[in-house]
Every structure is written in C-alpha cells, then in structure tokens.
Design a protein around this ligand. Structure first.
Ligand SMILES: Nc1ncnc2c1ncn2[C@@H]1O[C@H](COP(=O)(O)OP(=O)(O)OP(=O)(O)O)[C@@H](O)[C@H]1O
Length: 321
C-alpha cells in the first residue's frame, strides 16, 4: 500500500540546511496499522506530509495506494485520507454539514449517495445524533472521530493519521483506538499513524517504525521490537532468602539464553532471550539444584525501553501535546 525508497527532505534555513528526513525506506502492506514513532523533531510529520503529497521530497521515490507520488500526485490524493494534527473543522459549522461538504468536494455518490455514506460513517464512528451539533461544541474525542470521518468520506483504502490521540484523556484515547482498529478489521482500511504514545503503538499497531533524526532506527511488531532490543526480564524469588538467591544466581548465570543474572537481596533478576521458553528451563534447573521457588514473574520490556535503547532518549521526556 506504501512503498518508499530513499525518501529525503532538506529544508533551507538561515542557519543552514536542515536534513529533516534522510533516506527513508518503508513498506506498508494492505490492511496493516503501522505506527511511526519518534521524539519531537524526528521527521515524522515531514515524512507524512511527503507521503500525502503536501510536501515535495528532495530525493527518493514512493508509490502510495498504487500511484506514483511524483508523477501522479492527484491520483495519490484521490485514494488516501489524511487527518492532520489540528483537524480541519470550523467550530461554528454543524458536524453533519462538515461531512456533507467533504462528500461534495470528493463527489461522493454511489448506490445510496453521500447521505448513505455519511450515515454509515456516523454509525461506524459513534457520531449518531451529533450531526446537528456545531463541531466546536463536541468533546475532544467526538471531534477527533469527526476528523477521522471527514478523512474517510471518499472511502480511501489508506488513511494517514497525524497523532490521532494527542490531547485526549486516557478513556477517550482507548475508545479512539478501538474505532481505528475497527476500520481495519471491518473495512480492511490500511492505517499509517504518527504517535508519541508508546502505549498507542503497543496497543494498536501491527508494526512500528521508530524514526530518529530523520532516519528509521528500528522496525518490527511491538513484541518483536521489545524482544530484539532488550530481551525479557525474569524475576524470581527462591524460598530461603538472600542465601538461596545467591545460589540461584550461580546456578542460572551462564545458562543458554541467559544474558545477565543479578541477585538483589532475596530476589534474582535475569535478562533472557526468549522468556516463555527460558522460564521452563530456569525453573527445571533450580528444581534439579534443590532450590525451591516462592515466586516467579516474567515481564516484557516496554516500548519505552526499546526507544531508550535505540535513540538514547526517553519518549516520556517529550511533551505529549
Ligand atoms: N518548514 C520547515 N523549515 C525548516 N525546518 C523544518 C521545517 N519543517 C520541519 N523542519 C525541521 O525538520 C525536522 C523534522 O521536523 P518534523 O516536524 O518532521 O518532526 P516530527 O517528528 O513530526 O516532530 P513533532 O513530533 O514535534 O511533530 C525538525 O528539526 C524541524 O525543525
């Protein structure tokens, strides 16, 4: 659905050229939800603006929704939806009118006409009963869903969402994620979104691309990324306190798949390659050594750990809005 090669954009500024995006290659398959994650200024919006034809690349090529970005930008625009960070609604205009105007702009017709498409979208995005309300009177979550409905009026197979959940409270955020997942599950819509929220990428995205300083620095499913970059963490507590923990550490360190083993008081923390498999082996090894366990816990590293490892910075330090 998206295939980009060597995409780059340099801005000329008074202080000299700024290489916002440097040689980005990316591929997005139909029906995927792909998250583009990175700190402020990493190059997310610039990449999104290039892929949606709003900004010309300095170098590189891309096919987006089956059309060539450079030779057929109008074809790309017809086949994609774009929902920007600010949204595009006039606060005084009723939601239904915004949708009708958008449908007119795209010449939406078909068997049931624009009215049918609008009713379908309102049902899909929980906007029923809100059509007469000026968009400025809607809640943050309702307004974001209206923005998304506007981006989908012309039934694009691919939609770009620029930080869809920014500024929403946790409840509305979770609700919005459910709606976005449903677009993929029920309509097969491909979604490419930028985000600052690690939990958004984790909960919603099939695949995550991490961009830093204009380059993609890591890529994979959320669980692949977590496994590849940091390994899993096993925390176990032998019955028998500190002495038993020390013995357990000796038994376990150096075993296949164990990268690191540390005893801290009565607890042993291990970094292991594949936690699900390792856990069985570790428990067996302790059993064979006659060490009884009081508790054992397996945790996957968070995407924040991944982010910190690949960029050297924490996303948590970045402003969320
Ligand atoms: N029109 C412009 N002129 C000059 N520099 C620009 C312009 N647009 C973006 N940049 C610079 O390009 C770099 C990438 O910016 P971009 O907006 O793509 O980052 P981002 O990852 O979307 O950040 P954010 O999360 O803050 O939106 C930044 O250093 C930014 O200052």
């Amino acid at each position: 659905m998206i295939e980009a090669h060597g995409l780059a954009r340099t801005f000329g500024t008074r202080g000299g050229p700024v290489e916002a995006v440097r040689c980005v290659d990316l591929a997005v398959a139909p029906g995927e939800i792909v998250g583009f994650l990175g700190p402020n200024g990493a190059g997310k919006s610039t990449t999104l603006r290039m892929l949606t034809t709003l900004l010309a690349p300095t170098a590189g090529t891309a096919r987006v929704a089956g059309r060539d970005l450079r030779s057929d930008p109008a074809g790309v625009r017809r086949r994609i939806g774009y929902v920007g960070q600010a949204g595009g609604t006039d606060p005084g205009v009723p939601a239904g009118e915004e949708l009708r105007l958008q449908a007119d702009l795209y010449g939406v017709a078909g068997a049931r006409g624009a009215g049918g498409r609008i009713a379908e979208l309102c049902a899909r995005l929980d906007l029923e009963g809100l059509q007469e309300r000026p968009s400025g009177s809607l809640s943050g979550g309702q307004r974001r869903r209206l923005d998304i409905a506007l981006g989908l009026v012309h039934r694009p197979p691919l939609v770009f969402l620029d930080e869809p959940a920014t500024g929403l409270d946790p409840h509305s955020r979770g609700n919005l994620w459910e709606h976005i997942a449903r677009l993929r599950d029920q309509d097969g819509t491909t979604v490419f979104l930028t985000t600052h929220y690690l939990e958004e990428a984790d909960a919603l995205c099939d695949r995550v691309l991490i961009i830093d300083r204009g380059r993609i620095v890591a890529e994979g499913t959320p669980s692949e990324l977590k496994r590849r970059v940091s390994g899993d963490v096993v925390t176990l507590e032998p019955a028998g306190g500190e002495a038993a923990a020390g013995r357990a550490r000796e038994v376990l360190s150096g075993r296949p798949g164990v990268r690191e083993a540390r005893a801290a008081g009565p607890v042993v923390r291990l970094r292991v390659e594949d936690g699900d498999r390792a856990l069985v082996e570790l428990v067996r090894a302790l059993d064979a050594a006659g060490i009884e366990l009081a508790s054992v816990r397996l945790a996957r590293p968070s995407l924040d750990d991944v982010f910190l490892t690949v960029t050297g910075r924490s996303l948590r330090d970045e402003p969320a809005a």
